[in-house]
Design a protein around this ligand. Structure first.
Ligand SMILES: C[S@@+](CC[C@H](N)C(=O)[O-])C[C@H]1O[C@@H](n2cnc3c(N)ncnc32)[C@H](O)[C@@H]1O
Length: 340
């Protein structure tokens, strides 16, 4: 479903959207927040709400939410990247709501909130990396800049891309490239990486990737290193494990009637989010041959996006990164399966 054909606003009136200025998703130093209006539409923040932004980044989504929840509301921002903390300080200085920042991996931050007894009216994740991270050449996320092979979102973590590339076995590297990047030349590329050790810079890696694929494939659609860089970034930051851990904890911190929304950028994440919401929305899980229900399982969620919401052509033209974005959401039901 494209944003143009998106579902009717939930919890928000059309007039609310007229108050959102053009391109409010333009964050500090040019970060463009993806599906910003659609996300706000889906979680429907109300004055006084407590909202958790699990991936604060440059705070583009947070700014829109802060306007909605107002001075009685609280926005808890989480990010594991110290650069995001600096953006949060700017945001907090002028935010329309109360604010708090947790500098941590989001599943750990959510666990800490849960232990405090914190209850969220809404919670959202905008997964992956921000353009601020890609554009910081020295961090090694980009195949377009010469830099050390780092790729850590949290510099306190010890595992880097360089360690993976220079110490993991050829089979392990091949599996990372194939499973996390869907790179069809994973075998040839990993062979080339091992033969060229030690690799020190992003250029060393780009050269190994090009040498490990057939000449014709280097000139296909997109940069030949795109898939391998994505795979390594996901591996370095344990991104899929983090999502798997955070979804259930985030769900538990939601109040009844609370909404959760996730923007993902590749099928590995989107599949997880879809399955998570669908499982929560499933009632009886007894085998169909049983005449009566014995499991007693009741739906905990109503899925708000039967199909994921994606960016419309205008947004993609302004921000090509939005092309692969998929937004899904669900609302937490009262016991017995009733929405409030
Ligand atoms: C796509 S950006 C978010 C952009 C933000 N929504 C905005 O509008 O500016 C993703 C952010 O999430 C952070 N992040 C990704 N995975 C994380 C995790 N597991 N725990 C905490 N932060 C994470 C990254 O450091 C990055 O700053």
């Amino acid at each position: 479903m494209t944003a143009a054909a998106r579902l009717a606003p939930i919890g928000a009136k059309v007039s609310d959207f007229r108050q959102i200025p053009d391109r409010p998703e333009q964050g500090p130093r040019g970060h463009l927040s993806v599906l910003a209006r659609e996300l706000v539409d889906l979680i429907g923040p109300q004055p006084g709400d407590t909202v958790v932004d699990c991936t604060f980044g440059a705070g583009g989504h947070a700014r829109l939410v802060a306007e909605k929840i107002g001075p009685e509301g609280t926005l808890v921002a989480i990010d594991r990247d110290p650069v995001a903390r600096a953006h949060f300080q700017e945001f907090a200085a002028e935010a329309a709501c109360q604010t708090r920042f947790i500098a941590s991996e989001f599943s750990l931050a959510l666990k800490a909130l849960q232990n405090e007894g914190f209850r969220a009216s809404a919670l959202y994740m905008d997964l992956g990396m921000s353009s601020l991270q890609v554009d910081a050449a020295e961090r090694g996320f980009s195949y377009s800049h010469e830099a050390p092979l780092d790729m850590r979102m949290d510099p306190r973590q010890s595992l880097t891309a360089e360690e993976i590339l220079n110490t993991f076995s050829e089979q392990q590297i091949s599996r990372i490239l194939r499973d996390l990047g869907e790179e069809r030349y994973a075998g040839g590329i990993s062979r080339e990486i091992v033969a060229r050790r030690p690799l020190r810079t992003t250029s060393d890696l780009v050269e190994a990737i090009k040498a490990g694929m057939p000449a014709a494939a280097r000139f296909g659609s997109g940069h030949p290193a795109r898939r391998s860089f994505q795979a390594l970034r996901i591996a370095v930051n344990g991104e899929l494990e983090a999502v798997d851990a955070a979804l259930p904890i985030g769900w538990d911190t939601l109040k009844t009637g609370g909404r959760m929304a996730v923007i993902s950028f590749h099928s590995l994440e989107d599949r997880r989010v879809k399955r998570f919401f669908n499982d929560l929305a499933t009632g009886c899980t007894c085998p169909p041959e049983l005449p009566v229900c014995v499991c007693g399982h009741e739906p905990e969620a109503e899925v708000l996006t039967r199909r994921p919401i994606s960016a419309d052509e205008d947004e993609i033209a302004a921000n090509p990164r939005a092309r692969s974005a998929r937004l899904r959401g669900a609302i937490k039901l009262e016991a017995g399966g009733e929405a409030r």
